[in-house]
Write a protein that binds this ligand. Structure first.
Ligand SMILES: N[C@@H](CCC(=O)N[C@@H](CS)C(=O)NCC(=O)O)C(=O)O
Length: 224
């Protein structure tokens, strides 16, 4: 874990993260920022009130989603994985990606398993549509089902790799996507017993200050 980060070396001052404490995509970016030791301001977009869909936020991000990271020059970066890759390129140390091209592909593949194949089909707007079509119970069952199916694949992918993290002795982009997704798994009642390697990776991450700082409970907009 970086104690000094590279804030003064390569990244301009004035980073502002548009976030929501419970957003798992924003949580990924919060881990990345903390991992790099970067200071930033938080601007909350309250998903419970629908602020993400209002004209004020959509005029900044037409997708109506969080997170977004505003740079000092006013540029707004969107999409959590794009933001994390920007952080990695502009602030390479400490790394979020492994040293070899093959290992980087594995880390990105696991990150995408979560961020592209699990999360988008259980996010708020999708669950609202499932609920409108089939009721609240169906939305919860839908979320639990797609998360459990995705985590089963993730568990199988990392079972043979040395721990304690998803891909060995250091956390990567894969863990940065995995940890927030597990909060959603618990929220929707997914049984995590069948995923011992995933739980071990989560426990290893929880011991790191960057992961602790990014938890929803540690955010300025947190509400129980
Ligand atoms: N692919 C996007 C996903 C962003 C996303 O779905 N964000 C959720 C919160 S985790 C959101 O803003 N949901 C609002 C909605 O669905 O209306 C990313 O990785 O940044």
């Amino acid at each position: 874990m970086s104690s000094q980060g590279c804030y003064r070396r390569t990244v301009p001052v004035g980073l502002r993260l548009f976030s929501y404490f419970r957003s798992t995509a924003a949580w990924r970016v919060r881990i990345g920022l903390a991992w790099k030791g970067l200071a930033y301001a938080t601007e909350a977009i309250d998903l419970r009130t629908g602020a993400q869909a209002g004209p004020a936020w959509r005029s900044r991000n037409p997708q109506g989603l969080v997170p977004a990271l505003e740079l000092a020059d006013g540029t707004l970066l969107t999409q959590s994985l794009a933001i994390l890759e920007w952080l990695e390129e502009t602030c390479p140390s400490p790394p979020m990606l492994p040293g070899s091209a093959r290992a980087r592909a594995e880390a990105r593949s696991l990150a995408l398993l979560v961020a592209a194949d699990i999360h988008p089909i259980q996010n708020l707007r999708v669950l609202k549509r499932v609920e409108a079509l089939a009721g609240a119970g169906a939305a919860r069952a839908w979320a639990a089902g797609v998360i459990a199916e995705g985590l089963a694949a993730y568990e199988a992918r990392i079972r043979a790799s040395a721990g304690p993290f998803s891909l060995g002795s250091a956390p990567t982009l894969a863990d940065i996507c995995l940890v927030p997704q597990l909060a959603n798994a618990r929220r929707f009642g997914v049984e995590l017993g069948p995923f011992p390697r995933i739980c071990a990776a989560e426990a290893a991450c929880a011991a790191l200050p960057a992961f602790a700082a990014a938890r929803p409970e540690a955010q300025p907009d947190f509400e129980a």
